[in-house]
Write a protein that binds this ligand. Structure first.
Ligand code: MG
Length: 191
């Protein structure tokens, strides 16, 4: 099987990680519940920032957000490693900017994700992901972002939305925890 995965907020807790870094940078202790209550992807509203202030903060902290110790979601590394071990093809498709691709690949490997040569795609816009995904003829694709998921309806493959507070309106099949992945693929879970 060929399976494609978005990275940020699909496999790893990037917004939560950024949220903690914002709190630290600002010397504040905004409750994480504020983040979970947001129905949008940008996190600045939880800190009472304007979009411009939020963009400045994200740009300033981006390196740290991307390349420090952002935790993967529970079970993500384990599930993908098991699929890789069983001979399935795992593809990573991220819209992180071109200038961050090499280090994102290195970070993914260091975090324990199985990355085979030629199976890491990076630096396309959200709207361009479909071209990569179509070209790869994936059997399954997982993403959290509504604007990406909306472009994929025409493809003949199984698209799953990785559950987040800002994508609850998306009507695609949904995965809430990576522990569900083997069941969803009708496979036996790893022993
Ligand atoms: Mg994402």
């Amino acid at each position: 099987m060929k399976l494609g995965f978005d990275i940020d907020d699909t496999l790893i807790r990037l917004r939560e990680h950024a949220f903690r870094l914002y709190n630290k940078k600002l010397g504040r202790q905004v409750d994480i519940a504020k983040l979970h209550a947001l129905a949008c992807i940008p996190i600045h509203e939880a800190f009472g920032m304007t979009p411009e202030e939020g963009k400045r903060m994200w740009d300033e902290l981006r390196e740290q957000i991307y390349f420090s110790d952002c935790p993967p979601y529970p079970g993500a590394v384990e599930a993908l490693s098991e699929l890789d071990r069983l001979g399935h093809e795992i593809y990573y498709i991220t819209a992180r900017g071109q200038g961050h691709c090499d280090r994102t690949l290195a970070w993914l490997k260091a975090a324990g994700f199985p990355v085979r040569p030629g199976r890491f795609y990076c630096g396309m816009g959200d709207a361009e992901k479909i071209h990569v995904i179509r070209e790869l003829s994936l059997d399954y694709y997982f993403d959290d972002k509504p604007v990406v998921l909306d472009t994929l309806a025409e493809l003949r493959m199984q698209v799953y939305v990785r559950d987040q507070p800002y994508n609850r309106h998306v009507t695609l099949p949904r995965i809430v925890s990576w522990d569900e992945l083997f069941k969803l693929l009708s496979m036996d879970p790893p022993k």
